[in-house]
Design a protein around this ligand. Structure first.
Ligand SMILES: [Zn+2]
Length: 247
């Protein structure tokens, strides 16, 4: 194994990855939408795993309150756009990975350009309005979407495979962000972000390796204060406005 490939030795020895799996990882393209609490962790993991191409999308600037959990940013970054700082800090972690920063708000007009050509979409958003836009684009384009949200010491996740599993609208349709508790009001444990984001990356990895993702048609609730992981089967809604039979 060449010195360059030594980086991936611990992958190659995994029985269900091997050289064949590593080749798939090295050829894969993933987009992380939102580079905050979840996205800081998932993007870092995806880069060190050695995917081929990581696209990161975020329009925000760094706020002092981000520094408690978003470890890609520093005190001197406050007030500056996140996306280029994130790209600059991610690149040295693995020069094999192409990192494509996009300083964009996720809108209906732009969303398809954000997800096109990607093998998996990893959710780093904190509101449902942009997630609905993302969900619709993933269903239209047939791209797997690993949904996750986190608040307090809890998280919830599902992996959406277009045409096969329930979509986000089937599971959490019609959520009004203005009525929901947020990190601003409830707070967030950085620890739960680590658990949730790592599960997301593992699901993305299984998709890349053409192994069935464990959260397809399953909703996982994580609570670090009770240390409970509860998993429920979920079903598609035939009348779903995004993925239902009438669409
Ligand atoms: Zn649906």
């Amino acid at each position: 194994m060449s010195p360059k490939m030594d980086r991936y030795k611990r992958f190659v020895v995994l029985r269900d990855i091997g050289k064949k799996g590593l080749k798939k990882i090295r050829a894969s393209k993933v987009v992380v939408i939102g580079i905050g609490g979840l996205g800081s962790i998932s993007s870092t993991k995806l880069v060190t795993l050695g995917i081929k191409h990581l696209r990161i999308v975020d329009p925000d600037v760094v706020d002092a309150s981000n520094l408690q959990r978003q470890f890609l940013y520093r005190d001197q970054d406050i007030g500056k756009p996140k996306i280029h700082l994130a790209a600059r800090r991610l690149r040295p972690l693995n020069p094999d990975v192409t990192i494509e920063p996009r300083e964009e708000q996720l809108t209906e007009d732009l969303v398809e350009r954000m997800v096109e050509d990607m093998d998996v979409v990893v959710d780093g958003l904190d509101r449902f309005a942009p997630r609905y836009i993302l969900n619709r684009a993933c269903i239209r384009k047939g791209i797997p979407y690993v949904f996750a949200g986190a608040l307090g010491a809890t998280g919830n996740l599902t992996t959406i495979l277009p045409g096969k599993t329930p979509c986000l609208e089937c599971v959490y349709g019609g959520v009004d962000d203005t009525l929901q508790p947020t990190c601003h009001t409830i707070g967030i444990y950085p620890t739960v972000l680590g658990v949730v984001a790592n599960i997301q990356v593992h699901e993305a990895l299984r998709i890349i390796l053409e192994q069935p993702p464990r959260l397809a048609s399953q909703l996982l609730f994580v609570d670090l204060n009770t240390l409970r992981f509860d998993q429920f089967p979920i079903a598609r809604h035939l009348d779903c406005p995004v993925c239902g039979n009438q669409v």
